[in-house]
Ligand binder design. Structure first.
Ligand SMILES: [Zn+2]
Ligand SMILES: [Zn+2]
Length: 347
């Protein structure tokens, strides 16, 4: 088969590789029908994730058709359409028993396109298939479901639910990329008074408005702290969601939040951040961090199937699977191309 193979920092190619086979009796092999590229894949290609080594097939998000299952797989059968989640779960360890699948100790967690070969390929082996795939409801398109492999549960669990968004809240989302926009969609499920999105890219702020932010602030031209204080009578936001992953945006969130509020960090940080406890110690602020667990994926699937969430609106660019290098190019130059999510489909 063909697959997108990582060849060390800066290196990738669409290579001929051996087809995946069942290795454990809890594995499934899935034919990839639709796949996407994540910001994390770009981090890997820069060399920021050293656990990913030369020869690894990238990708951790897919929708496909099961072609083969091990003897121990009970929930899925060949021919089933499934969502392949970014998180794999052994289902037996302490964390899996608590629903914290992202922290799985039994060989799961985020492993696809990281510690084992991933989904940017014609076929993928999915370990612990019973716990790591979700059946696709009839009548729902591949690309709608594909957004549930990573970004929607990440924005919802790590942003909205960790941030404890409640009805009437003022929610500020810093960063209007795919994850920030997922947090906008997720926050709307909890009826906040205001969703204020902050970014430096006008195109992304337009997207935030379309996704349901009622106020957008370009922090190049405007002071977001002044805007939030004006909106909240000088108190600050009930919830500030960090969806960028640089020190400046995290520190901004700690200045935007009201006393007693929540800062939910979603961004992937590569550098140390200053935690201003000299200001925060007196403010009763809750700060959360997290890797997605995907425990909300079944709920989000129902909301997509019932048209309460329009997940296909993330998709700005479409390619064939064999155009994966063009897709990477469009996605990595999002500032120029306006890409939010790219979808690659098998021919
Ligand atoms: Zn991802
Ligand atoms: Zn586990």
């Amino acid at each position: 088969m063909r697959a997108l193979v990582y060849h060390g920092p800066g290196g990738k190619s669409w290579d001929e590789v051996p087809d995946p086979v069942i290795q454990d009796d809890t594995d499934a092999v899935v034919r990839v029908d639709a796949v996407t590229i994540c910001g994390t894949d770009l981090h890997i290609l820069k060399g920021d994730v050293p656990a990913v080594t030369d020869g690894r097939i990238l990708g951790h998000e897919a929708v496909g058709t099961v072609t083969e299952v091990g003897a121990g797989v009970k929930n899925v059968r060949p021919g089933d359409r499934v969502l392949v989640s970014c998180i794999t779960a052994c289902g037996r360890c302490r964390y899996c028993r608590e629903g914290s699948y992202g922290q799985c100790l039994g060989g799961g967690g985020w492993i696809l396109g990281h510690r084992i070969d991933g989904t940017q390929a014609e076929y993928v082996r999915v370990p612990f298939a019973d716990n790591s795939t979700h059946p696709v409801p009839a009548g729902v398109a591949d690309e709608q479901v594909l957004m549930l492999a990573d970004i929607l549960p990440t924005g919802y669990e790590v942003g909205v639910l960790n941030g404890s968004v409640r009805p009437g809240d003022t929610v500020v989302i810093v960063g209007a990329g795919p994850i920030g926009l997922s947090a906008v969609l997720g926050a709307r499920l909890h009826s906040p008074s205001h969703i204020l999105a902050i970014d430096v890219a006008a195109g992304r702020l337009d997207a935030a408005k379309q996704f349901g932010a009622d106020i957008v602030v370009n922090s190049r031209d405007d002071d977001p702290v002044a805007r939030v204080m004006e909106l909240t009578g000088g108190l600050g936001a009930d919830v500030a969601i960090e969806a960028v992953g640089v020190p400046e945006t995290f520190e901004l969130c700690t200045r935007l939040v009201r006393p007693g509020g929540h800062v939910a960090n979603v961004g992937v940080h590569g550098k140390p951040v200053t935690l201003h406890l000299e200001d925060l110690w007196i403010k009763n602020v809750t700060i959360t961090t997290g890797l997605v667990d995907t425990y909300t994926t079944p709920t989000l699937l129902r909301l997509v199937a019932s048209r309460q969430i329009d997940s296909a609106r993330f998709v700005t660019h479409r390619f064939g699977l064999d155009q994966v290098l063009d897709a990477y190019d469009a996605f990595s130059r999002a500032g120029e191309t306006g890409a939010l999510k790219v979808v690659l489909r098998r021919a």
